[in-house]
Design a protein around this ligand. Sequence first.
Ligand SMILES: *[C@@H]1O[C@H](CO)[C@@H](O)[C@H](O)[C@H]1NC(C)=O
Ligand SMILES: *[C@@H]1O[C@H](CO)[C@@H](O)[C@H](O)[C@H]1NC(C)=O
Length: 965
Amino acid sequence: MRLSSLSGVLLLLTCLPSALALKAGDFKTCAQSGFCRRGRALAERANANAGAWTSPYSVDPSTLVIAPHEAQFTAGVKSSLYPDIKFGLDVRVHKDGVVRVRMDEVGGLRKRYDEAASWALIQQPEISSEIRWTAGKKDVRAVYGRKKEFEVVITFEPLRVTLLRNGKEQVVLNGQGLLHMEHFRTKEETPATAQVEGGEEGEQVVIKAENPRAWFEGESEDAYWDETFLSWTDSKPKGPESLSLDINFPNHGHVYGIPQRATHLDLPTTTGENPTFTDPYRLYNADVFEYLASSPMSLYGSIPLMHAHSPDSTVAIFNAIASETWIDVSHPTRSSTNTQWVSESGILDVFILPGPTPSDVFAQYATLTGAAPLPAHWALGYHQCRWNYVSTDDVRSVQKRFDEEDIPVDVFWLDIEYAEEHKYFIWDRKNFPDPVDMMKDVEAVGRKMVVIVDPHLKRSSNYPVYQEASELNVLVKPKNGEGEYEGWCWSGSSSWVDFFNPNSWDWWKGLFKTTVRDDGKFSWLDSTENVHVWNDMNEPSIFNGPEITMPKDSIHYGGWEHRDVHNINGMLFHNLTSQAVSTRSDPPKRPFVLTRSFYAGSQRFGAMWTGDNLGTWDHMAVGIYMVLANGVAGMTFAGSDVGGFFGNPEPEMLVRWYQVGAFNPFFRAHAHLDTKRREPFLLDEPYKSIVRDILRLRYSMLPVWYTAFHEGSLTGVPVLRPHYVMFPQDEAGFSIDDQYFVGSSGLLVKPVVQKGVTETSVYLPEDQVGIALVYYNYFTNYIYTGSAKGKNVTVPSALHQTPLLIRGGSIVSTRERPRRSSPLMKYDPFTLRVALDKSGNAKGDLYLDDGETYDYQQGNYIWREFVAGKNGKKGVKISSKDLGIAGRAGNEFEMSMESVRVEKIVVVGLGGKPTSVKLEAGGKELEWTYEPGVAADGKKEGEGSVLVIKDPGVGVGIDWVVVVS
Ligand SMILES: *[C@@H]1O[C@H](CO)[C@@H](O)[C@H](O)[C@H]1NC(C)=O
Ligand SMILES: *[C@@H]1O[C@H](CO)[C@@H](O)[C@H](O)[C@H]1NC(C)=O
């Protein structure tokens, strides 16, 4: 959370800022960033000279070394502009067909930062030992894939990398000749030819054939050696070292990903007429105060992963770079995309993910950076936060009010005011005299707390955490590399732990222990193992720093500048905190750590949220697109603050926002210090009851969410699935980002994000299997028939209604007993909702485990597949079978759940009244009721028929068959 830099802090003391708005001027535009200007100018020169433009970079074939036993080669690369500068190229094809292209300056004056990938990857990817490179005169190439459908070609002159599938270009690097790796140089070395010759900076350059360097690089040395923005000067001791690269998708018209920013999932072009998108997309983790609801601007996290999509295939690019990066997107035709990536520093390290389906791309990316692990089950419940619950008694009374009103909640949060002078871990004893007792009160009904721990450490002699960090010498250093970098944040004068320094790791993890440490250092004795953590401000946010963050010339471990590692910085903090929370207990438990800043791989460490949004309809809407985009890039455990961080949403808006939150993977309400209290129990009727029902709906669906997270942890496919992911060939869905599917449950939701809505048009996709062309209203069982070409249907959505459909062919598991918290539901029975498809079939799965330990990794879980198949003309046979790995039957968890039943099976869309409903094994007639209605055969729309089978007497963890005849 953020106020608004220093002035905001002062304002807070006087009057609070209802009129504060985005200070766009706090953040650079491309035109204010030297290397971005240089990158865009390069593209402009290339465009202006189309036809004549060629890349100066080429592979020297005489240096080609192909590894004998695996798909890897290295080669020297030269630039015709700088014959004395050497570059090295290293290309590999991984076992799963991912192509990694690396290029670095060799034997240069300095070393470029080359460690970004090592923080993002879970391991060194395995290089294929089957695929072989063949070298020709003009290129080196490899053909691979089950049907030899892939071919990757590295052309020597000019250097170009092309991935083809079935002979069609999928991804091309340097196809436009915008590759430029600025080599290290001395300030004196400035060639006479590269002085400004007439004209102002940025003005169209006159082409001079006799000056090829200027022809390519431009006539001026634009911001090579230092750069000033507002009152800050970046000293740039290493001089220019930026990297430009064009990455083109000649056969893909849609690109997604590169979060985080507030815009549509299908990324708008940045080089066209749209006045909002005139700057390139920026990746530079930043604390943007009151960010705009539609903008290419950078926000708190950066994932340099881009999907490119067409009806024919999905491919992706992971550009493992940690420095500030700008990305222009253009569409030369409707079915092609060009991009230019310009980064301030770092080597070229690009992974080409060949797809060809969205799920292949997710699997390939998960193999690189890991899938989001299964979270603690309680973390999928409802989180109640506010800046701030001001005392232990405040927390107790908020909890009491939830309980009195029968409103479920799992987690109470404490923002920064719990900490004395914002010294995290140290309770403000005046207001929080009994933190452990408060925790115990919260834990009594299975609830948890999340407490904030930010990365800024107050430079104070009475703060052991700062003192220890200082003694360990693990704080970030200022630009001269001596002493401690000092900046201003919530805690006043502060310093920041340099998590790139391995000496910080064990020390940091030890801080979260609830017992005395062996090494005598600080540990969090007045907390419990049910306190989980919120890492905010980890971009890092620094109120008096350039662009509200750390100066780029600050020094990290190993002598790297902050510029080199900026976008990874927040991930390491999240990583270490998450390890700390998990390992403080024995055996370890699944940690919950929320982060604001993130990078590729952050999904391994916990959840994220979309930061300080505004309580407006626009922000409510864009929050959905952002959560989808984050999911595409792996950060699937995501949500936006319900209610909006700033402002006082009217009840209608708040209700709609709860509906959005209930269908976000991470569901938290939060509010700024300056807002009125807005906990759901404070609402008047009918709003209060509506919100209670929404929360109950979320809780009833926890099995669906948990199962979706489980699936994602195995496949890397996001919990929220956009249309292009579900129906990759249905072009009408490629730009849809206001409705989406939840896991593979078959649930399709389109939250209402406008005022005064009573009905909503929902798009039913073209069905590519061709069998499930019906959808059911989740609440009324109304059957909508689809169309082979896709169709819009109107779904009622008065204030108490969320447009929520089930796709025919799905079986959804829920738990329908209202409880105060999710752990209290542990032994509750299940309801199965069988939504038949046109052929009378349906399928679904359910995953369950203890919800907090890692015992599931030893086979302690229940994982069932439910299948419904046609039985005769009117009937259906519904069965439950094990999906787990063999040999784990009768595991401890399963045994502990022996008493947990399926209490109800609801079958919708049957063609007529059954004559009997029996368990196959026992044969006894079961109790059931039947409401006639429309059948799932797709001939008619209307309320579907409903068969309710009561208490079939089957356990949730065992095999059974129910026969409806
Ligand atoms: C971050 O987490 C991974 C586990 O995903 C671990 O292997 C790695 O060492 C961690 N990084 C740091 C800096 O501790
Ligand atoms: C559905 O509605 C959207 C938005 O109004 C429209 O663009 C689209 O063409 C419609 N699709 C069909 C199949 O009618």
